[in-house]
Structures are given as C-alpha cells and as structure tokens.
Design a protein around this ligand. Structure first.
Ligand SMILES: Cc1ncc(COP(=O)(O)O)c(C=O)c1O
Length: 453
C-alpha cells in the first residue's frame, strides 16, 4: 500500500505520543494497536494490507458499511458548499433542517416532535439529562432533579452521562460523580439472584424501580434513562414486558422516560428503533452512531410533545442554554441524510433481523461445542457471547485471563475482527452483513474459543 509514513514510524509514534480511550496507556504502548487504513462495506484493511471481516462495525456504528459512495458524495458535496457554520441563536443550515425533518418523520410512531443535535452519544445523553431537569423547572416543579438508571447501563463519559452509567469500571477513577443520580438493578436474565422466569424477573426489577422512586419521593425524580438493549454493559436483553412495565412506573410517578438509542437506533436490533421491539413510547430519545454510520461525529436528542410543550411557556428558565459548537454540523448532517436513505432503501433493519436470527442459531450451536461459553444472546445484529470458567457457577473469566486475551488475536489471524468487553465477546457488524459472513465469523470464533480445549 502507498503510505506517507512507514508502519514502524506510525506504531512507534502512536506508542510515544498517543493515549487511547478505555485502555491503560501502558497496555497500548506494549501491544501496539492495529492501524486501520481502509474499509469497504463489511471489511477493513490494516496498514499491512491484511483484510478483516469487521464484527465490530467500527464501534456498533457503521450500520450501512464502510466507504459507501452515497455517503461520501453527500459529505463531499456539503464540503463543496460550506464545511461549517454555527446553529446558535439566529443561524441554521439546510442539512441540519432537512435531517431534523427526516428524523421527526421517522420517529412519528414514537410521537417525537423536536430535535437537538450534538456531536455523539455522550452529548446526546447529556442533552437529554439537562433538558429533563430544565423541563421540570419550567413546569414549576424545580425539585424534580434526580435521575434514575440501570446498574449495567452505559450512557457515555461526560460527567452527566457517566453519572447515569452504572458500571463501576467506568465510574471509579472519576468519582465523586454528579449528585442526584441513582442506579437500580438491571433485568439480566443470565445473571440475577431472583428468577429464571423472564416475566417474574421483569416484575421484580420494575418493582425495584417503583419502590426506589417511591422511597426517594416522586416529587424529587426527573427521569429514568435506559438503553432498550444494554450494549457495553454486557449485551443484556430485557424480558419482553420490561419496557412496558417501566413506562407504567414512570407514568405512575410522573417521571420522564428516556431511551438511549445510541446503539439500538437505526436498525441494529432488527427494528428501526430499539423501543419498537417492545412497542413503547419514551418521552426523550437519544441517538448517535448509526445516525450517520460514524462517517462524521454526530448525535441527536428527540423529545415528544409532552416535553416540548413546556417550552411554549413564558418562563425565565425556558431559554435552552445548552448546545455545542458542532450542534447541527452541516457535513455530519449531510452524511446522516444519505445514510438514512440507505438504511430505508435497503431495508437494513429487516436484513439485521434475518441475518441476526441466523447468527444467533449458529452461536447456539457454538455453545453446544464449547464448555467455556456460558450464554449466547442477541437481537438483530447486536449479539454477545459470555465466557465463563464454569457453566454451573457462571464464574466469569477475569478480563486479563490469557485465554480471554487470546481470542481477539486468534480471530484476527483468521481475518475476523472481534471485540472483547470484559469476559464477553460483543458482535455488532454492519447491517449489510450476510449469512456467508456469519459462517466465516463462526468459523473464526469456533477455533478461537476452542483454545480452551
Ligand atoms: C448506549 C450508549 N450510549 C452512549 C454512548 C456514548 O457515545 P459516544 O462514545 O459517541 O459519546 C455509547 C457508546 O458506546 C453507548 O453505547
């Protein structure tokens, strides 16, 4: 390949000058990262021209596949007009207006009416959390400020978003986090102390939320935020009736329901939006990643009429004193419009559903062959494998266990890129994935996981 810099130059300088997200810098100095230089649909190439089937979809985001000419052209066309102008008070641009219109049209079943843009998923959640607090102030209930969320939830890294995130691993180094954030138990069917029956589990977990809001005082609680299907926290798919139960709990206590659709939005679950798996309408929905397949950073927050109506009031706190330099970035929005056209024209949610079912069946067969697989689960092209030392006790491998650490490299040797998230393997490829791709991926996983034999 023709590169300006040699591989060694890049690797050395990466180690010397560059801190990466979510890793101890010592590790990324020792194990030099894979340098990705090219992508085409479901595949990427590293700097040494090795080709990989991308099971990570970038990072749960490249829903339409890499290097789609339609998206590239939309970006280039926008750059040819203007790369950037702000959308603060008094300014707007055609791409962000068109995208907000498109999103509201797509979100008609959820009855969303307004959009605010940001630069990613953490931003989108930050916006939602701030709007939820502002909503109650404008509504004359300024004490409703607390935010509830789930213990395994992941909502991003900014102080609000990480305060709502439940995983200790994301929180500990940055504590104390924001006051007024509380986590309740996740309905984890594989790991919970209560029940194997999903409906009973759902009743128990919704009951915990209900009692905790009651205990704290509903007049102090602004919102409950959750992912329709938890991603980074362990690919946890709630029981079918969980979301309708939490909608009822929120309604009972007059608490806003926020759906973090950063991963689940735009087809990944087999439905266009994650909440459609459960037929539930939240008050606020957050998006990023699949909104433009990660071609340019972009996030969005949508609110329904109940929320939006508050801003029709004349109130000294009604001005939205929130937003980012890159809110409504024209290039990111142009990429999103082209991206969403592909998602709809190619009916990618339907492909995710069909190929996802096939993938899950194959993972179940894999589970029969390998004792280290404790559980496999998935919905659409959002799947996970849970690796355990002992199936009976469900004792997980520790993250640095050499067996666990060997799986990624082993798959790479077979031309497949996978992601270990602790003791779990997370699978989230482009929604253009095919059954042949699944067979190839299963082949690599089969031999990588067999290293335990
Ligand atoms: C559900 C969810 N919310 C929010 C985020 C944060 O998004 P970003 O990394 O774009 O800030 C992520 C990132 O993976 C996510 O999975």
């Amino acid at each position: 390949m023709n590169h300006e810099f040699s591989t060694n130059y890049l690797k050395e300088n990466n180690a010397k000058h560059y801190w990466h997200p979510m890793v101890d810098p010592k590790l990324s100095e020792k194990d030099l990262p894979l340098i990705i230089v090219k992508g085409q649909d479901r595949h990427v190439w590293d700097i040494d021209d090795n080709k990989y089937l991308d099971l990570m979809g970038g990072l749960w985001c490249v829903n339409v596949g890499h290097n789609r000419p339609e998206v590239n052209k939309a970006i280039a066309d926008q750059l040819g007009r203007i790369a950037y102008y702000n959308t603060f008070n008094g300014f707007s641009n055609p791409s962000s207006i068109e995208l907000s219109t498109k999103l509201i049209e797509m979100l008609a079943p959820e009855e969303m009416v307004k959009i605010m843009f940001g630069s990613g998923g953490s931003d989108a959640n930050e916006t939602a959390l701030k709007l939820a607090r502002q909503y109650w102030k404008v509504m004359g209930q300024p004490e409703k400020v607390k935010i509830f969320s789930l213990k395994n939830g992941y909502h991003g890294v900014q102080f609000g978003a990480v305060s709502a995130s439940g995983g200790i691993v994301w929180r500990r180094a940055y504590e104390p986090l924001m006051p007024g954030f509380y986590q309740v138990d996740t309905p984890d069917r594989y790991r919970n102390p209560w029940s194997d029956d999903p409906y009973e589990l759902s009743e128990i977990c919704a009951g915990i939320l209900d009692r905790e809001i009651q205990h704290q005082g509903p007049d102090t609680v602004a919102a409950f935020i959750a992912e329709p299907i938890q991603g980074a926290g362990g690919l946890i798919i709630p029981p079918d009736d969980y979301w309708s139960r939490i909608r009822k709990v929120c309604d009972k206590h007059d608490v806003l329901l926020i759906a973090d659709e950063v991963v689940t939005g735009f087809g990944r679950t087999g439905e266009m939006f994650g909440v459609r798996c459960w037929g539930v309408k939240p008050d606020i929905m957050n998006f990023a990643k699949g909104i433009n397949s990660g071609y340019i950073p972009l996030g969005a927050t949508a609110v329904n009429n109940r929320v939006a109506e508050a801003w029709e009031k004349d109130h000294p706190l009604a001005p939205i004193m929130h937003g980012y330099t890159y809110s409504g970035h024209p290039v990111a929005c142009a990429a999103a419009i082209a991206n969403l056209q592909i998602v709809e024209n190619e009916n990618l949610p339907a492909n995710a559903a069909t190929v996802g079912i096939y993938f899950l069946e194959k993972l179940m067969e894999l589970k029969k062959r390998h004792k280290s697989i404790g559980d496999v689960r998935g919905r659409g092209l959002m799947l996970g494998i849970e690796l355990v030392k002992d199936r009976k006790t469900k004792e997980p491998f520790t993250p640095m266990d050499p067996y666990l650490q060997s799986i990624g490299p082993h798959c790479r040797e077979k031309g497949v890129l996978v992601r270990n998230q602790g003791h779990r393997i997370i699978i989230s490829p482009a929604l253009t994935f095919t059954k042949q791709d699944v067979d190839e991926a299963i082949d690599a996983l089969d031999s990588a996981i067999a290293v335990d034999k």
